[in-house]
Design a protein around this ligand. Structure first.
Ligand code: AMP
Length: 177
């Protein structure tokens, strides 16, 4: 069974940065749903992302499943953004074993909203406008926060304080694994 580690957290929590570091440490592959969706070039998906909306779980799964399957089983997958809605979380729970993978842990990078907004504004991606950010936060509270309870009940959720230097946070991530 190949391991999968999921990163969750509010927009700008540092999921991509920490997933990258962890993948290098573990000799694994960092898969970012945002990057995979952007690379799909499907205009419906790109428009939703630009508005700050979460794409439909069906589309997310359709576009990302093959990327997961392409990773050799001896390499862990560090899955950044893979479970932002309950249907996705349930889908991976059911389907990862069929792909000979198991969900080892879900890392919740926790940063407060003010910090998160500041980091997004600094990042300056084309979906980092104030309007899109507001929409992303509403979606985060409505769709993503319930997923924490789902993983908490399964005993998979590891909360990590995301405030600090990149190296400090990386050490905390390693410590909970
Ligand atoms: P990110 O690069 O992780 O900040 O993701 C950028 C955008 O991709 C998000 O704002 C969503 O529009 C979309 N997205 C990424 N992951 C998911 C997901 N699991 N479910 C739905 N939409 C997603």
């Amino acid at each position: 069974m190949g391991d999968v580690i999921v990163f969750m957290g509010p927009p700008g929590a540092g999921k991509g940065t920490q997933a990258d570091i962890l993948a290098r440490k573990l000799g694994g592959v960092h898969l970012s749903t945002g990057d995979i969706l952007r690379a799909s070039k499907e205009s419906k998906l790109l428009d939703m992302m630009e508005r700050g909306e979460l794409v439909d779980s069906k589309d997310l799964i359709r576009v990302t499943q093959s990327a997961l399957e392409a990773v050799p089983l001896d390499q862990p997958i560090i899955f950044d953004g893979g479970s932002r809605k309950l249907p996705e979380a349930e889908h991976w729970m059911e389907n990862l074993p069929k792909m000979k993978r198991r969900l080892k842990a879900v890392i919740f990078l926790n940063v407060h909203e003010e910090e998160s907004v500041q980091r997004n504004l600094l990042r300056g991606r084309n979906d980092d406008t104030r309007e899109a950010m507001t929409v992303r936060f509403v979606a985060y509270r409505k769709d993503t926060e319930p997923v924490f309870d789902y993983y908490r009940k399964l005993g998979l959720l590891k909360e990590v304080d995301g405030i600090g230097t990149i190296e400090e946070v990386a050490r905390r991530v390693e410590a909970v694994l």
